[in-house]
Design a protein. Structure first.
Length: 203
């Protein structure tokens, strides 16, 4: 329901996780296996000499500075700009408005209902349920239309389809109070422990 690049986020997190995992394994091997420590000293020395030779061949004529430092600085600036752009894409799609209608009554004007009204009403109704370990409600803007996303964490043994049906009844009651039907995504999952056994229902 949001424009957050979830696929890109997962790819980047996967790459970062693999790198950290590889670094961790290397540190453990360096601390426990003497042969790995000997190999590391030889490899790092050769690599450092190669870097020095690369910089020696890229110095400005008559000056000790290398133009590789400029290229590295430019690459770092580009990397920072990409990171800022990536952060700016997170969480897009959230909305603070649930209903916006024009009332042509005796006093014509716009009628606006904040998304916080629906969020607080549903959270209060769900907070009293003993079969839920947690519940969150958020309002999103989906192609110009306000919509609700209800994320539920049922306790062990709770039937997801019964829970979805009961929450749908709460949403129907909210629609009756607001006077307008709102698209709703009901996400049911039990957290990280059972993230592969989840159900989603769109009303």
């Amino acid at each position: 329901m949001t424009s957050t690049p979830t696929v890109l986020n997962r790819i980047l997190l996967g790459i970062l996780g693999l790198k950290l995992f590889a670094v961790g394994i290397l540190l453990v091997l360096l601390a426990t296996v003497p042969a790995v420590g000997t190999w590391w000293h030889g490899w790092s020395g050769a690599a450092w000499n190669g870097v020095n030779q690369a910089f020696d061949g890229t110095r400005f004529p008559g000056r000790p500075e290398s133009w590789l430092w400029i290229m590295m600085a430019v690459a770092l600036v580009i990397l920072i700009a990409l990171m800022v752009a990536w952060v700016a894409q997170q969480g897009k799609g959230r909305s603070n408005l649930l209903v916006a209608e024009f009332d042509p009554g005796d006093v014509p004007g716009d009628v606006r209902i904040s998304g916080g009204v629906a969020e607080q009403a549903l959270k209060h109704a769900l907070a009293e349920r003993p079969d839920l370990a947690g519940a969150t409600v958020a309002t999103y803007d989906v192609r110009g239309t306000p919509a609700l996303k209800i994320r539920l964490q049922p306790r062990q043994g709770v039937a997801p389809h019964h829970l979805a049906a009961e929450v749908t009844g709460l949403v129907a009651a909210l629609d009756a109070v607001v006077g307008k039907s709102t698209p709703v995504l009901i996400h049911i999952g039990a957290g990280a422990r059972t993230r592969f056994s989840r159900a989603e229902r769109v009303r």
